[in-house]
Design a protein around this ligand. Structure first.
Ligand code: AMP
Length: 190
């Protein structure tokens, strides 16, 4: 099964993806994690994207599409993947559809975690205190939220049009959201 976890920054995508990995043996493909690893490793690509992440902007499509493409064999071997933070615009979604179609697959379901801005701000403030992720500072977070609203939210009609969008209330506790996601996945054909 190929699943997209969709939602604004700090909506719980990473947390829920990790749980699904632990419980179902699925593979998590987080472009944000891959980019942060490249920055930490000091690779040329990491150096190129570091200021972009620091500003809360989107890195070029070719980079993230390339990162996902590299992981396709691993995802295929695991029987599918959880896409976390990818795609973030329509061009990326189209690229993902063609990568999967070339392997005889496709996205099965897109789970949208709905969380309001006040709650996002509260969560990210807490995460900033606990983890110190530079792009979680309030100014950069505002920029990330703007990118989400301008570039990523327009993907919702794209997936709704394909009949793949399932909305989940992301405001509750981690366990409550997990239950809601599991219930949504049960409605999917196996
Ligand atoms: P995330 O951990 O998913 O919140 O991503 C952190 C940052 O990495 C984002 O603010 C972007 O700068 C960059 N990033 C992650 N995924 C993508 C993507 N699919 N497209 C463009 N930029 C991305």
């Amino acid at each position: 099964m190929n699943l997209v976890l969709f939602g604004p920054p700090a909506s719980g995508k990473g947390t829920q993806a990790k749980r699904l990995v632990a419980e179902r043996g699925m593979v998590q493909l987080s472009t944000g994690d891959m980019l942060r690893a490249a920055i930490a490793a000091g690779s040329p690509m990491g150096k190129q994207v570091e200021p972009i992440l620091a500003a809360g902007h989107l890195v070029p499509d070719a980079i993230v599409i390339g990162l996902i493409e590299e992981q396709m064999p691993r995802a295929e071997a695991a029987g599918g993947a959880i896409f976390d933070g990818f795609p973030r615009n329509v061009a990326q979604a189209e690229a993902l559809d063609s990568m999967l179609a070339a392997r005889g697959g496709g996205i099965d379901v897109v789970v949208r975690l709905k969380v309001n801005d006040a709650e996002l701000l509260e969560r990210v403030t807490q995460r900033f205190k606990e983890q110190g992720r530079p792009d979680d500072n309030p100014e950069t977070f505002k920029a990330r939220l703007e990118q989400y609203n301008a570039q990523t939210a327009p993907l919702l009609p794209y997936y709704a049009g394909q009949g793949k969008l399932v909305e989940v209330d992301g405001m509750g506790s981690i366990d409550a959201v997990a239950k809601a996601i599991d219930a949504a996945l049960e409605t999917m054909p196996a």
